[in-house]
Design a protein around this ligand. Structure first.
Ligand code: AHR
Length: 635
């Protein structure tokens, strides 16, 4: 029998309690959430023609008669100087083909918006034809332009796909002979999230929106830090005109994961403005994390000397102005010019990702002083390193406590067993100390980024067991997020991931449904739920937390059964009268190894049923391996 006193609340549950961690890892931005379909659209990858094929050039036989594309560094755009100059020597249907991000997903009857810059210096190219093709060269939709201008000219076109195809490509064929210049060849589905140009994939955003996340942390992760300081994430390079955002190699362009991804670059088409806008769209507090002058400690660990931290600090201060400043301020004006005159109402800023040690603490102090001097109300997120079991972690925690840090970011990627055994982790945390942001966590079925490290049901319900502990400690833990958020089926560097997608489809893993269940049922006030006066942290394989929602006037009980057997329990509810008709949501699956897949995306997903309360005691039969949420209305 578990006991709950509905009249006694412990603390408020913060609206930020369950949120999202976004990082451009696993093709999450370019090739994923960002709906651009052309890879290397402005020819700025380290190999400028990466992603582009010339199927009918005779270059391979060293005979240049048919035409050859060569990037030349002479365009007016100094951030993205390359463009593609093609010399077409004979008019036999010379073409270039863009392969997309592991293909392009197109849908029958859907419209696609193409834009590009073209110069036809000799005026000799008569026509350019754009076609979706499949692997057998079958045309699946087409359009064309007459490139009338000798100077650079912008073209925008729309065409319709005639068939659904997951691995389409875009073929561009030229009529006429002579030189033609192309740049910024961009292709988006018309149907993006909120129909925005330069938009996001609607199906993926919908999954995020449905979770009602409390916050969105961006842009990472290690990507914030960079392998070197020079390639850290610099938000100022991710705002303004899309074509002026300088392309760079992604920090996750690594020989890692199930496949190499030498073609992983950041176009920054999804940049800080778009992250703020996305946060607003999905009702999440924006939570940007910035470089603290330390490159990733797994790579070079390069350090900006303390006396050279000014540009890093200025980036932080200017970001707050970009988000919150009036339109009379330079950065507030840019936000307004980009389409958002109203402030984004930024409340948090993160200083460094997963940094630790004396070097971090020294730099954190400088940031804290500067940010608080100018923006005393902004809450600063500090880091404590990657794993809570190490010495570095204890060091950072102790030092940050001494400095009265407000919110400390903890990260843990551990076994399912660790998650079950650590549901009581925060029970002993100082209630008067810094608040905790469990900013990256995931149960790993095996360690390392490899195909055997799965989003299986054991991982998901073990996280749920642990999350009852996060919720029970809402006095200390105020933000939490699973990581990483998403991955492309064919281009990932890290496993497991909460959401999986390919070019046509997306699905939430079992872990996604656990996160969603907690987020949608976070309530407003924490209650105490005990068995024999003690919190449930795994006794008889049971874990529990309880909240009430003052808006919906509900009591919400979450109980996780990690046993292989079903269990009967009684929840004794005191302190308030309850309606007899309630609601029970159950997330369960019979096998530890079960998981959602593209072919069975909702195999593990919540099932709702009506619940009848008899008297003050709720009786529940908890299926084996199950996460259960009981909701009862207060009278
Ligand atoms: O989530 C993947 C990586 O894990 C993040 O980039 C980093 O912060 C952590 O080490």
């Amino acid at each position: 029998t578990l006991e709950v006193d509905i009249a006694k609340t412990v603390t408020k549950i913060q609206p930020t309690m369950f949120g999202l961690f976004f990082e451009d890892i696993n093709f999450a931005a370019d090739g994923g959430l960002y709906a651009e379909m052309i890879k290397n659209r402005s020819f700025e990858f380290d190999k400028p023609l990466m992603g582009w094929e010339q199927p009918n050039t005779k270059r391979s036989s060293m005979n240049m008669q048919s035409g050859v594309a060569a990037p030349v560094n002479v365009s007016e755009n100094k951030n993205n100087p390359n463009f593609c100059r093609i010399l077409i020597n004979d008019d036999k249907g010379y073409a270039i083909i863009n392969e997309g991000f592991r293909g392009m997903g197109i849908k029958k009857d859907a419209k696609y918006n193409l834009s590009l810059k073209v110069a036809n210096p000799g005026g000799t190219i008569k026509k350019i034809i754009f076609q979706f093709i499949d692997k057998d060269q079958k045309v699946l939709g087409e359009t064309s332009i007459i490139p009338s201008s000798k100077e650079w000219n912008n073209y925008t076109l729309q065409f319709t796909a005639t068939q659904t195809e997951a691995k389409a490509r875009l073929k561009i064929t030229f009529e006429g002979t002579g030189t033609i210049d192309l740049d910024m060849i961009s292709l988006f589905p018309e149907d993006t999230w909120k129909n925005r140009k330069n938009g996001l994939r609607k199906d993926i955003v919908q999954l995020l929106y449905d979770m009602k996340p409390g916050f969105l942390r961006f842009p990472g992760g290690c990507i914030v830090e960079g392998r070197t300081l020079a390639d850290r994430y610099q938000w100022k390079k991710s705002v303004g005109e899309v074509e002026n955002r300088k392309t760079m190699m992604n920090r996750w362009n690594v020989e890692f994961g199930h496949k190499q991804t030498p073609d992983y670059f950041q176009s920054f088409g999804l940049g800080f403005y778009e992250y703020f806008q996305l946060s607003e769209d999905i009702g999440a507090e924006p939570l940007p994390i910035l470089s603290c002058g330390m490159a990733c400690q797994y790579n070079t660990g390069e350090l900006a000397p303390i006396e050279e931290l000014d540009p890093y600090i200025k980036d932080a201060l200017d970001l707050i102005e970009f988000a919150n400043g009036t339109i009379d301020t330079p950065w507030g004006k840019l936000r307004s010019d980009m389409g958002h005159p109203k402030p984004f109402n930024l409340k948090y800023i993160g200083v460094g990702n997963e940094q630790w040690g004396p070097d971090y603490i020294e730099r954190y102090k400088v940031f804290e002083k500067a940010i608080k001097a100018k923006y005393p109300k902004i809450i600063i997120v500090s880091g404590s390193g990657p794993s809570p079991d190490g010495e570095h972690f204890d060091y950072a925690m102790q030092e940050l406590k001494k400095l009265d840090a407000e919110l400390i970011d903890e990260h843990y990627y551990k076994s399912p067993q660790w998650f079950r055994e650590n549901a009581g982790r925060y029970d002993s945390y100082d209630r008067k100390g810094p608040k905790i942001f469990a900013g990256e966590y995931a149960a790993q079925s095996v360690s390392g980024a490899n195909p055997n490290n799965r989003n299986n049901w054991e991982c998901a319900f073990s996280e749920a067991a642990f999350m009852t502990g996060l919720e029970r400690n809402a006095e200390v833990v105020t933000l939490t997020s699973y990581a990483p958020l998403m991955a492309h089926e064919e281009a990932w560097q890290w496993t497991p991931d909460m959401i999986w997608f390919n070019n046509l489809e997306t699905y939430g893993s079992a872990n996604y449904y656990v996160q969603k269940l907690f987020s949608l049922n976070k309530g407003t006030d924490l209650l105490v739920i005990t068995q024999d006066g003690k919190p449930l942290t795994g006794q008889n394989n049971l874990y529990a937390s309880a909240v009430k929602d003052s808006k919906t006037k509900e009591v919400i009980i979450k109980v996780v059964n990690t046993s292989a057997e079903a269990q009967d329990i009684i929840v004794d509810l005191k302190g308030n009268k309850l309606e007899s008709k309630g609601n029970l949501t159950t997330l369960t699956s019979p096998n530890l190894q079960d998981e959602n897949t593209f072919s069975d995306p909702k195999k593990i997903s919540p099932k709702e049923s009506e619940y009848k309360l008899k008297g003050e005691k709720a009786q529940l039969k908890l299926p084996a391996y199950s996460v259960n949420v009981l909701k009862l209305k207060m009278i």
